[in-house]
Design a protein around this ligand. Structure first.
Ligand SMILES: [Zn+2]
Length: 134
């Protein structure tokens, strides 16, 4: 797959780069050289300071559950699953899910760490409890 180089297609380009890295098993966020802050979801312009000096970085991966909920599903549809908002140490928040523990056992403030799972042939960021931090 090639990413078009037309400036007007650039936002899709950033999104495509993010997904491409995930598909290769790498979770990347952006960092702004203008204000030294992390940026997520991927974009062209820093939402904090308006600079366009965003670079890809590999986050530390450790984070904390900010909010959590259980989505109920019938067992034959895959069963209940967790949806969580996670704050990364880098200062960005993302919606994901916590695996490796019962959906209702996820707690606000729980230390977690990111890993890249595969679903339908694509990379996906999920979190697991960070036992070392408990
Ligand atoms: Zn900035």
């Amino acid at each position: 797959m090639t990413v078009p180089h037309h400036p007007e297609a650039a936002p899709q380009g950033v999104e495509a780069q993010y997904r491409q890295a995930l598909d290769q098993g790498r979770f990347l966020i952006q960092h702004c050289a203008g204000c030294d802050r992390a940026v997520f979801y991927p974009r062209m312009i820093c939402p904090h300071c308006g600079a366009d000096a965003l670079a890809w970085i590999e986050p530390d991966g450790r984070g904390t559950v900010y909010a959590t909920t259980v989505v109920r599903r019938k067992p034959d549809a895959g069963g209940d699953y967790n949806v969580a908002l996670v704050d990364l140490r880098e200062g960005v928040r993302l919606m994901s899910r916590v695996e490796g523990v019962a959906p209702e056992a996820v707690r606000i403030g729980m230390p977690v760490r990111a890993q890249v799972a595969r679903q339908d042939g694509h990379g996906l960021v999920v979190f697991v409890p960070n036992k070392e931090a408990q």
